[in-house]
Design a protein around this ligand. Structure first.
Ligand code: FEO
Length: 397
């Protein structure tokens, strides 16, 4: 199936309704995804990206129904990760001599993945490829989100092919943003940004400013996952600028695991204290042992502060808390406050271990952690309420 996007530009990708995890098991995809490939049929024909390997045969059959493969003049690889290049070896079997346009890092990456020496044509920002009366302009976008990533822009139709940037893991039949459920769409957009792009926020801002300086009119953004932004495409660009700027809402997330419900009780009393001190703050609790880790990360992204709790086990914290802290550290959140809490029976190292991890992850830790011996009694619970109030007050200082 080839879906017309505008004039001679067609979508030739795959909607994957069944996908429930991506990057192995690293990213949950509750609403599926899509692998967007595009065919531009001007005087010359260009194919931009392919699909993930499990759909390669289907992709090739659909593409061959749309066009005689030998009539494809140029293959553009905006990004070599397998979800976009998985069908490339199949395509190159059919048209082995066709040129592949990608960045120098893209060549390294494709060679690393597929160990083939195809007809690579390295491109840099500002290079142009004539398709006849229209041109593709290449724009390198390293670390958005891989070193090889690039965008390309089609003159005349004013379409930016942005690959992963501005995308989201979201299967939707209509493909265009104005046909999608807006709430679901933006939930997936912010989850995608929080979990994938957060560490690269400085590059996001820089790249958007650089693109703006090119003064290229923008009618449509064709991403490589999820919707095509044809209705007010700048809305997602503006969201990215906001998300890249140390984004936070007036919320505090309490993230914990618990063995015998003592640490859970502390979490609930801390939440009570925050709400009593500042009823305007949205407070949410997440047990890390059974809450989707990517959803927790999205909540951390939106929060101005987090509290992380675990009872002590083997002189440290429960494994689900350690795992989410490791993920949080890798994402390099900025401008957020945090504190630690937890129950213990005899040695009680978890709070110190969490505290150290939070500081290492770049959080400001304005108050000492809260420890409660054994199952929290009424005094410990009152202490937890006070601790929540003190944390809420940290923004008034
Ligand atoms: Fe959608 Fe970085 O691949």
């Amino acid at each position: 199936m080839a879906l017309k996007i505008k004039n001679n530009v067609y979508w030739t990708g795959k909607i994957d309704w069944e996908l429930r995890s991506f990057h192995g098991s690293e990213y949950s995809t509750h609403r599926g995804s899509s692998y967007n490939s595009y065919l531009i049929r001007e005087e010359k024909t260009a194919l931009i990206d392919t699909v993930w390997a499990p759909f390669a045969v289907e992709f090739m059959e659909n593409l061959a129904e749309t066009i005689d493969l030998k009539k494809i003049d140029y293959i553009i690889v905006n990004h070599a990760e397998s979800d976009h290049s998985g069908a490339l070896p199949f395509l190159m079997e059919a048209v082995p001599d066709k040129p592949i346009y990608c960045t120098a890092n893209g060549i390294k990456s494709l060679k690393g993945h597929y160990h083939r020496d195809w007809n690579f044509k390295p491109v840099k920002t500002g290079d142009r490829l004539s398709l006849g009366s229209k041109e593709l302009i290449f724009i390198e976008a390293p670390m958005l989100h891989w070193p090889d990533t690039m965008f390309c822009y089609l003159t005349g139709d004013n379409i930016l092919f942005s690959n992963d940037a501005f995308g989201q893991h979201y299967a939707t039949n209509g493909l265009f943003n104005d046909l999608a459920d807006e709430n679901e769409l933006f939930e997936e957009c912010v989850k995608y940004y929080a979990n994938i792009l957060t560490p690269f926020s400085p590059m996001v801002t820089k790249k958007i400013k650089e693109y703006a300086s090119l003064n290229l009119p923008l009618d449509i953004i064709c991403t490589s996952h999820g919707v095509i932004w044809r209705d007010k495409p700048m809305q997602i660009v503006e969201k990215y600028l906001a998300w890249a700027d140390n984004y936070q809402e007036n919320r505090i997330s309490i993230i914990y695991d618990t063995m015998w419900n003592g640490t859970r009780a502390l979490a609930e009393n801390i939440a009570q204290g925050i709400s009593e001190a500042d009823p305007s703050v949205t407070v949410k609790l997440f047990n890390t042992s059974f809450t989707d880790k990517n959803d927790v990360i999205t909540e951390v992204f939106k929060s101005k502060g987090i509290l992380v709790g675990s009872p002590t086990i083997n002189r440290s914290m429960l494994s689900s808390v350690a795992a989410i802290l490791d993920q949080i550290q890798g994402l390099q959140f900025k401008n957020k406050k945090a504190a630690a809490f937890g129950c213990y029976g005899w040695s009680g190292e978890s709070v110190k271990a969490i505290d150290e991890h939070l500081k290492k992850a770049g959080f400001s830790v304005p108050i000492d952690g809260l420890k409660a011996l054994w199952n929290p009694d009424s005094q410990s619970r009152e202490e937890a309420v006070r601790f929540g109030k003190e944390f809420a007050a940290a923004w008034g200082r």
